[in-house]
Ligand binder design. Structure first.
Ligand code: FAD
Ligand code: DHB
Length: 396
């Protein structure tokens, strides 16, 4: 079946869904295709921290009813090392900036509900996705829908929002992309637990046995992470072992980690990856399709949202004959991407134990942590990067 749309969107994660909504607000039609089912997309456990800029973007798009009611505003984090837990006060250090804890799954649920309520075209559970005719002004998106019908959609532009393992980045002609990549020799074992958080702010813990993070999802649900080996078998981590290891890495006199039923358990590899440019002709990449950061700085979701905040007005202008913002899209996004890439690498290498590393690595990490706690300038640098920088103006 042959059809026509203005923007074809590959991928129904936060980037693709928000883009389809921002385009709709500008009166632009899109077709969004997603290989997974709606239920899968709404259950997939991932990030949880939104910068103020991301919250403002969702609010300005009329998407923040539930976020404003259920999101938990946080004015700082704790850094724990050498048996002490120190608070970094974002409000004080940055003139009032905060972050909001609201799970990516909830952002995705809100976006899907809104797109469907507005009559948006979303096809879940598609297969055999292809993008073609990229050297023309009318690229083509092909897919097979859940009922088995093959579709061919002619588009004025295609947005590749299909994550790191998607098909859009590999569709760039060979030689069109430069890529930078770093794999880390560790992974995160993440759990979602039905237990009230044992802390009022997130705890990032440096420990000789490895990094641990205490985050949260609500006043009754906690999210916790443990540094593990990248080839770790999750079957080797029964619930008792996870709780014992978390308790060890967060141990502090007079403080106890509350335990409860584990609702979800997964292992995430850690990688830094940037590919540039984020555009070839009328194919634009956004979010994890173009770049990956290790999760330690809580930046992946925020970067994906920031990309499409730049892309939506750029596509609007392009569709009305003005090429300038589309020409600037990649360079505008990459400035933020590289800042977040550096910050995430810095947080990651300061807090994780490298397998086989010598005692000097530990001493350098501890010196850096003491410096962040002891110097207002160093703490401010962490706070302003963590809370994020303002989004570029809408016309990119
Ligand atoms: P995605 O959310 O990956 O969305 C891409 C979508 O495209 C997916 O729904 C996928 O099914 C779909 N897709 C893929 N291929 C195709 C195709 N061929 N056709 C159609 N659709 C396709 N960040 C943090 O800050 N903190 C965290 O704790 C954290 N944990 C993470 C855990 C995991 C397992 C992963 C993978 C990422 C995690 N991240 C985390 C990163 C953060 O979740 C991502 O940066 C964010 O999801 C990026 O959004 P996106 O829309 O660009 O990509
Ligand atoms: C969460 C994830 C992160 O990577 C992080 O740095 C902070 C919080 C989370 O899932 O809540």
């Amino acid at each position: 079946m042959r059809t026509r749309t203005q923007v074809g969107i590959v991928g129904g994660g936060p980037a693709g869904l928000l883009l389809s909504h921002l385009l709709a607000l500008r009166g632009i039609d899109s077709v969004l295709i997603e290989i997974r089912s709606r239920e899968y997309c709404e259950a997939r456990q991932r990030a949880g921290v939104l910068e103020d800029g991301s919250v403002a973007l969702l609010r300005d798009g009329g998407l923040a009813d539930r976020l404003d009611r259920q999101g938990l505003v946080h004015g700082g984090i704790y850094l724990q090392f050498e048996g002490q837990r120190q608070h970094i006060d974002f409000r004080d250090l940055t003139g009032g900036r905060t972050v909001t804890v609201y799970a990516q799954t909830e952002v995705v649920k809100d976006l899907i509900a809104r797109r469907l309520a507005d009559g948006g075209a979303i096809e879940f559970s598609v297969t055999d996705t292809e993008v073609a005719d990229l050297d023309t002004e009318l690229p083509v998106l092909r897919y097979t829908d859940a009922a088995g019908t093959r579709h061919e959609v002619s588009c004025d532009a295609i947005a590749g929002c299909d994550g790191f393992h998607g098909i859009c980045r590999p569709a760039f002609p060979s030689g069109a992309l430069t890529m930078w990549e770093r794999d880390y020799p560790y992974a995160w074992l993440g759990i979602l637990a039905d237990v009230p958080p044992s802390t009022d702010e997130l705890i990032y813990a440096h420990h000789p046995a490895g990094f641990a993070l205490h985050s949260l999802r609500s006043t009754t649900v906690s999210r916790l992470y443990l540094q593990v080996s990248p080839d770790e078998d999750i079957a080797e981590w029964p619930d008792d072992r996870i709780w014992a290891e978390l308790a060890r890495r967060f141990e502090l006199p007079g403080w106890a980690l509350q335990q409860g039923p584990i609702l979800d358990k997964s292992i995430t590899p850690m990688r830094s990856f940037v590919s540039a440019p984020m555009r070839y002709g009328r194919l634009f990449l956004a979010g994890d399709a173009a770049h990956i950061v290790p999760p330690t700085g809580a930046k992946g979701l925020n970067l994906a949202l920031a990309d499409v905040a730049v892309l939506a007005p750029a596509l609007d202008a392009l569709l009305h004959g003005d090429e300038q913002a589309a020409a600037n899209y990649s360079a505008t996004c990459l400035q933020r991407v590289w800042r977040s890439t550096h910050f995430s690498w810095w947080m990651t290498t300061m807090l994780h134990r490298t397998p086989g590393a010598d005692e000097m690595e530990m001493q350098l990490q501890l010196s850096q942590l003491r410096y962040v706690i002891g110097s207002r300038a160093a703490a401010t640098s962490l706070a302003e990067n963590y809370t994020g920088f303002p989004l570029p103006k809408g016309d990119g």
